[in-house]
Design a protein around this ligand. Structure first.
Ligand SMILES: Nc1ncnc2c1ncn2[C@@H]1O[C@H](COP(=O)(O)OP(=O)(O)OP(=O)(O)O)[C@@H](O)[C@H]1O
Length: 245
């Protein structure tokens, strides 16, 4: 078997008394669309940041692609682009930063944004802004694309479009790793699901395999049953105004 493109081995990371990873290991291969799911605050964004090289572990090792050029493209949850630029200018600008001659129109077409090439980024909808982020992620043809909640706040059709674009990026041979709370889309589009809870990857498999393994009806049910089984307390919301009587 070939070496994993991304991996964690014996990984531990805490913020003060909050343990995000506790001796966790995982190996991810190219040509795969992987979803990292888990409860709020379970460590999804932090894990993506580790893979993007934006954070270091307390213990253990991170495997990332070696080589020159852009190896991991990271799209944060709320991408921001230089105000006043058009979508095409954004792609050309980032291409020039990376030192790549980019065909901006081809990249915008790849994500379905041809019609918005001359629109200023300030005038793009939320969905278009995420799509521009995907186009930007493809600059320099990185082998790994990491997406943090790329569909939060988007309508289901636009969300589907983004999942389709991400799946196509993986079908081209890349490793695409996304976080998402949209378990319906995750079931339909991804090849592999990792569920993080209590510092560990507690489930790992294709959506179909996870349903079979757990005998649950939907990934949503698998999620709830597994998270409950870890003994993790649900997030509690205190509706009291907190005022003293
Ligand atoms: N810089 C930081 N300093 C202190 N604590 C942090 C820091 N970054 C994250 N945390 C904590 O680490 C835990 C994991 O955070 P993270 O953002 O990775 O979770 P998440 O799974 O992405 O959450 P969500 O689904 O709500 O986006 C949380 O308890 C968070 O409060």
């Amino acid at each position: 078997m070939s070496d994993p493109v991304l991996g964690l081995e014996g990984a531990s990371l805490s913020f003060g008394d909050v343990t995000v990873l506790d001796d966790a290991s995982v190996a991810l291969d190219g040509g795969t669309f992987v979803a990292l799911v888990g409860p709020n605050g379970s460590g999804k964004t932090t894990t993506l940041e580790l893979f993007a090289g934006l954070r270091a572990l307390d213990a253990g090792t991170v495997t990332r692609p070696t080589g020159t050029g852009r190896t991991v493209a990271y799209l944060p949850q709320s991408p921001r682009f230089r105000p006043g630029f058009t979508a095409r200018e954004v792609v050309e600008f980032y291409g020039s930063l990376i030192g790549n001659d980019v065909d901006a129109d081809a990249l915008l077409a790849r994500v379905g944004l041809s019609g918005a090439a001359d629109r200023r980024v300030d005038d793009l909808s939320g969905g278009m802004t995420r799509l521009l982020g995907l186009a930007q992620a493809l600059i320099g043809d990185p082998p790994v694309v990491v997406l943090d909640e790329p569909t939060s706040g988007l309508d289901p059709d636009v969300a589907d479009h983004i999942f389709e674009a991400a799946a196509a990026m993986a079908a081209d041979g890349r490793l695409v790793l996304t976080t998402s709370h949209d378990l319906d889309a995750v079931s339909r589009y991804t090849d592999r699901v990792l569920l993080i809870a209590n510092g560990a990857f507690v489930l790992d498999g294709s959506p179909a395999a996870l349903l079979e393994q757990t005998a649950e009806k939907s990934l949503r049910d698998v999620f709830s049953a597994t998270v409950a089984g870890t003994g993790r307390e649900a997030v509690t919301v205190d509706l009291d105004d907190g005022g003293e009587a």
